[in-house]
Ligand binder design. Sequence first.
Ligand code: KG4
Ligand code: ZN
Length: 349
Amino acid sequence: MGAMLVLGIETSCDDTAAAVVEDARTVRSNVIAAQDVHREFGGVVPELASRAHLDLIGPTVERALTDAGVAFRDLDGVAVTRAPGLMGSLLVGVSYAKALAAALGRPVVGVNHIEAHLLAPLLEGAEFVYPMVGAVVSGGHSELFVVERPGRYAIVGTTRDDAIGEAFDKVAKLLGLGFPGGPAIDRLSDQGDATRFSFPRAMLDSGDFDLSFSGLKTAVKRAVAHAAPAGPPYDARLVADVCASFQAAAIDVLVAKLEAAARAHGARALSLGGGVACNRMLREKLKALGARLGVPAFHPSPKLCADNGAMIALVGSHRLARGEQDGADLEPIANLDESGLVDAPARLA
Ligand code: KG4
Ligand code: ZN
């Protein structure tokens, strides 16, 4: 038998993505079509997202095959994000994947998007050691997991309000930095004074591994209103100092909770996934935490942190290798809690 080639399709939010992965290891292509329609609204508009997925999915899949030098008939299976995400967006990917798989006479496999973020470093040669404590941090997620082994996950902490990426995006919007705001805040923080504003580090003493970012967002809003009562546009110095002070506060709390969870659960490795895992300060602090704990720390390169089809193809390849597949009844599931990633009893305290 030759190499196993799996197409991965991702449409859970606002990126239409497709990739071809060989033998659950090698990324042969990885195409991400960002939807520009959401920029002018400063956030993802669900109705526009599913319409854009409809327009983009065909060309994106074709491009992924061309880049990989692979024909449709070479594929051994079609993997697709089935949960969690925006229902209308998931539906486009799942319907397309089912139709394509049926036309090709190949299996379709549904994949959990959060599991894919957690396992993405495997595409870059990471050698996981278990138990591993990992965080999935993005515009819609801030969850801390204990990975007992691939396929066995427990959520140990989650945000009580905003996701961390959402906090980056809202602060960026307030400062007039556009959407998504994480990359701009990351960049501008280099020029800012992180000690100018002492923003709250919420939940540090909560005794659990939960997070909260809405108080931080409110504190930023208040500080900006106080420093510049006339409103926008804001002075560049102020913007840089707010970015640096906000980023330091948000990352401090996340890393402190990762450390607490890692110590409590005897983590032998650390890992990060999701768009916010692109953040340079977070990456540095994760490495430092790994060094302090004496365990390896993994994070994907930026192209595999953000939503992408390669991580979906990876998890789909694992499922296919285990002899699993879905049928024509595969349906999207919007909520993480209902997605079957974590059994209710496995939600560790
Ligand atoms: O995983 P992702 O592409 O999509 C989902 O939200 O599922 O993550 C996007 C999020 C956005 O909130 C964006 O602002 C944030 O990741 N992000 C960053 C950085 N790059 C992207 N946040 C902080 N620093 C970055 N460098
Ligand atoms: Zn994501």
